[in-house]
Ligand binder design. Structure first.
Ligand code: SF4
Length: 367
């Protein structure tokens, strides 16, 4: 895997910067203000995306802020330029979902992913702008999805890994009815400056326990665990070198104003005296395909690719990880050409160690 691919597999779009919640660990800098994406931005993105979708599976992920805070009428205007082959997803806090939103999802073929951190007592940091718990409103949104028979994914943030938590979470999400689950260990990113240094054994133990819970009832696609098992299987089969894509997916994030940031949605909306606004261009003046073709020339991206090569030559986990996330390097190390971060320790190294720990603890004794 070297360099950046010219064509992404998905695009992240920011219909509004606004979020109606104010979660304690949120990284978004502009979540209190409503800067909306004009339809001209969506039209410009669709001009590149529609041909890509015609020749292979392609997704647009509507991510905020809270994308539903843009309102149905505005979101419909943003969806309109995209052709029927484009798959649409929303990442939502679910608090605004009601019967009308469910009808909207059906009408536009939108797949929903809900952010919720587990049972009520695990959601103390998901709060409204007034600081009140958002949990009941999240569950009301999920209940609407279930009433309408809409499948949904879930995304949970884990801030304090501890024994018993992984089983508790997995059982909760089985009951909740999601069909895909992603787990993020809290990250030091954006305006969230809390340290994400965690006890190594606690994080490894969390992942090992999660594998055990999943194996007892693997009804949910568990994003991190399935990827780890695929990697472990490929190592055993001697095919691990084929697993990572040949080039990094640029994962363009198109901000509300048309500005494009590649590789890390979390960098959108930030500026730095040295790196500027991290943008590789703006779709209102340059076609997205052209921006991505030249993204490798964005100064911080070149520095990041140097860091990926440093990972390749120094880290035994590179074949699994592929060299980490740009935003984690920037927000933890202040630069892009470093290697290990607390994020990669928590979410790559200890994840793989946890899967291996589970395998060691549960392998059958040799005959
Ligand atoms: S685990 Fe960390 S150090 Fe290793 S390749 Fe990934 S980002 Fe680089």
């Amino acid at each position: 895997m070297r360099g950046i691919a010219a064509v992404p597999s998905y695009v992240v779009m920011q219909p509004t910067t606004l979020c109606n919640l104010d979660c304690v660990y949120c990284y978004l800098p502009l979540r209190a203000v409503d800067r909306r994406m004009p339809p001209t931005v969506a039209e410009a993105v669709a001009a590149s995306v529609n041909p890509w979708a015609a020749s292979g599976r392609f997704s647009v992920v509507w991510h905020g802020g809270e994308p539903l805070a843009a309102g149905r009428e505005h979101l419909a205007a943003l969806l309109a330029p995209f052709g029927p082959a484009v798959e649409h997803h929303v990442q939502t806090n679910a608090t605004l979902i009601d019967d009308d939103w469910c009808a909207f999802f059906v009408e536009h073929g939108i797949r929903v992913s809900v952010s919720v951190d587990g049972p009520r007592h695990r959601n103390g940091e998901r709060v409204t702008r007034g600081g009140r718990p958002a949990y009941d409103r999240i569950l009301a949104g999920v209940a609407a999805l279930r009433r309408h028979g809409l499948p949904f994914s879930a995304l949970a943030v884990v801030s304090r890994p501890e024994p018993g938590l992984a089983t508790e979470l997995y059982d909760y999400f089985l009951d909740l009815g999601c069909d895909v689950l992603g787990i993020n260990i809290e990250e030091t990113e954006g305006v969230n400056t809390r340290s994400n240094a965690r006890d190594a054994a606690a994080v490894t133990g969390f992942w090992a326990e999660l594998v055990g819970a999943w194996r007892r009832d693997p009804r949910i696609h568990l994003r991190e665990v399935e990827w780890s098992l695929r990697y472990a299987g490929a190592v055993l089969a001697g095919t691990a070198d084929d697993l990572l894509p040949r080039r990094l997916d640029p994962i363009p994030t198109v901000g509300h104003n048309g500005s494009v940031v590649v590789l890390s949605p979390e960098l959108a909306g930030f500026t730095d005296p040295h790196y500027g606004d991290f943008s590789s261009g703006n779709v209102l003046t340059t076609p997205l395909a052209e921006i991505l073709a030249g993204a490798g020339r964005t100064p911080w991206v070149g520095e990041f690719l140097t860091g990926v090569e440093a990972c390749r030559s120094s880290c035994p986990y590179f074949g699994f990880c592929g060299g980490g996330h740009a935003a984690n390097r920037y927000f933890e190390l202040g630069r892009f050409d470093g290697t290990e971060t607390e994020h990669c320790r928590n979410s790559k190294i200890r994840l793989l160690e946890g899967v291996l720990e589970h395998a060691r603890d549960h392998e059958s004794p040799a005959a």
